[in-house]
Ligand binder design. Structure first.
Ligand SMILES: Nc1ncnc2c1ncn2[C@@H]1O[C@H](COP(=O)(O)OP(=O)(O)OP(=O)(O)O)[C@@H](O)[C@H]1O
Ligand SMILES: Cc1cn([C@H]2C[C@H](O)[C@@H](COP(=O)(O)O)O2)c(=O)[nH]c1=O
Length: 201
């Protein structure tokens, strides 16, 4: 039986990694494969070099996309063939949402262009959980965490959030939107409910 691919998406500080850690320690997911983008491969390392420097936005996209292609070939497709549950902290929707903002000067519809270059070879998730939150709150949370990347800027994150919501509106059957400006326990319960329903489908 083919596996299931579940992706966690949202702006920086929306709570994805916190929920990933919760799922990783939950007994129902002891056999699940946990992964992320950027990946921990040498290509993922190259992506972080780009994030942490003043790299051309198109070059940055190509690095993110190369990391994704390698992720699919070396982990996603094999794990799905083995019937595994895969949970990825970020995946292709991050590219559509983020580079759909950073490439605004280069393309009239940058998000749609980034989606087009993925067509024909990417693997579409069975479920994408979108952690939605006001960027002001998210950046405040990141500040407490003490990490700041160039993407953790309110104006950029407002555009990224809008892109995410547009993606969810176009594919309501794939997306579950969870408001993460709430108590962690409530969020955890909603996430478990969303994953349980896709597992039973
Ligand atoms: N429901 C919540 N209420 C209050 N604080 C939260 C909640 N969820 C996460 N946080 C805190 O917000 C900060 C960011 O959370 P987390 O690292 O999970 O976000 P993220 O979406 O993974 O961010 P990034 O994409 O930048 O890694 C952390 O300090 C975390 O402890
Ligand atoms: C996969 C992916 C990520 N990003 C951005 C989003 C974050 O600001 C950084 C690093 O991600 P992390 O979760 O904080 O480690 O990269 C992006 O712009 N495009 C992508 O495809």
């Amino acid at each position: 039986m083919k596996g299931k691919l579940i992706t966690l998406e949202g702006i920086d500080g929306s709570g994805k990694s916190t929920i990933t850690r919760f799922l990783n320690s939950h007994p129902s997911f002891s056999n699940a494969v946990f992964t992320r983008e950027p990946t921990t491969s040498w290509i993922g390392d190259a992506v972080y070099k780009a994030i942490e420097s003043n790299t051309d936005h198109l070059a940055e996209l190509m690095l993110f996309t190369a990391d994704h292609a390698n992720h699919i070939a070396t982990l996603i497709r094999p794990a799905l063939e083995e019937g595994k549950i895969i949970i990825s902290d970020r995946y292709s929707d991050s590219r559509y949402a983020y580079q759909g903002v950073t490439l605004r000067e280069k393309f009239d519809e940058p998000m749609e262009w980034v989606q087009q270059i993925h067509e024909g070879w990417t693997v579409v998730p069975d479920l994408t959980i979108l952690f939605d939150i006001d960027p002001e709150i998210a950046v405040r949370r990141c500040g407490k965490r003490g990490e700041q990347t160039k993407f953790e800027k309110i104006e950029l994150l407002n555009g990224v959030r809008k892109n995410y919501l547009r993606l969810a509106e176009k594919e309501p059957e794939r997306f579950v939107i969870i408001d993460t400006d709430r108590d962690l326990k409530e969020i955890e319960n909603d996430v478990l409910q969303a994953i349980t329903s896709i597992m039973e489908s």
